[in-house]
Design a protein around this ligand. Structure first.
Ligand code: 4NP
Length: 218
């Protein structure tokens, strides 16, 4: 791996490899070696001519996968609430945010169900659309593709570890820890109480954003 160094601190950074290859300017993203290594992790090497035209605005730096049992209620709510939060702060370019299920309960012959209507309706009350989202199952390969794999409850965490294997890089989190709680996100599947679920998830997403800012990830 080549070492990259910042030439110009500021909103845009330029990078030169240690063999003198100038990369195009990147938005203010590459603050530490961990993030720089992700540049390589994405398969984008400066030696690859396909990368000559890379714009930093397309470079994904923080990759979050929210996970629940079915991927039709809690985790898609988290996905779209988090997307709204980062979008409202003008940070959308720095995030890849997705959601998935530990089970295949909501996936039939490879086709996932849409977000459960009451979950969609709750999001809509807050001006958030979940159109176009269909349930998908978490894959073992997602462990390398994401930086934060966040389960909604303790059972999700157990099933995530079954799919992903040992959490060697400590990327697996339980959602409400970002709200300073060891609780599970309120599960609306049996209660029908989507408002409490929304409030839990909203609090945790705000906590997650604060957590990332405090650690200079964004
Ligand atoms: P979610 O909700 O995990 O928040 O998407 C559920 C969806 C489906 C089932 C349980 C919970 N199910 O048993 O099919």
């Amino acid at each position: 791996m080549k070492t990259l160094s910042s030439k110009h601190p500021g909103f845009y950074y330029n990078f030169t490899t240690n063999d003198g290859y100038d990369l195009p300017p990147f938005a203010k993203i590459l603050k530490n070696s961990q993030k720089i290594s992700k540049f390589y992790h994405l398969g984008k090497s400066p030696q690859n001519p396909a990368n000559l035209g890379i714009s930093g605005r397309n470079l994904v730096m923080i990759r979050i996968m929210f996970v629940c049992h079915g991927n039709i209620c809690r985790s898609p709510m988290a996905e779209f609430i988090m997307k709204k939060l980062v979008n409202d702060e003008g940070l959308a370019d720095q995030f890849l945010i997705s959601s998935s299920a530990t089970s295949t309960e909501e996936i039939w012959h490879g086709q996932g169900n849409p977000v459960y209507p009451p979950a969609k309706a709750e999001l809509k009350k807050h001006g958030i659309s979940a159109d176009g989202k269909f349930a998908i199952q978490l894959q073992a390969s997602d462990y390398d593709k994401y930086d934060y794999l966040i389960g909604m409850d303790t059972m999700n965490i157990r099933n995530m570890k079954r799919i992903l294997g040992a959490d060697k890089e400590e990327k697996i989190y339980k959602m409400m820890t970002f709200a300073g709680s060891s609780d599970d996100v309120a599960d609306p599947w049996y209660s029908g109480d989507f408002r409490t679920t929304y409030n839990d998830i909203d609090e945790a997403c705000r906590g997650l954003l604060k957590y990332l800012k405090e650690r200079n990830k964004i």
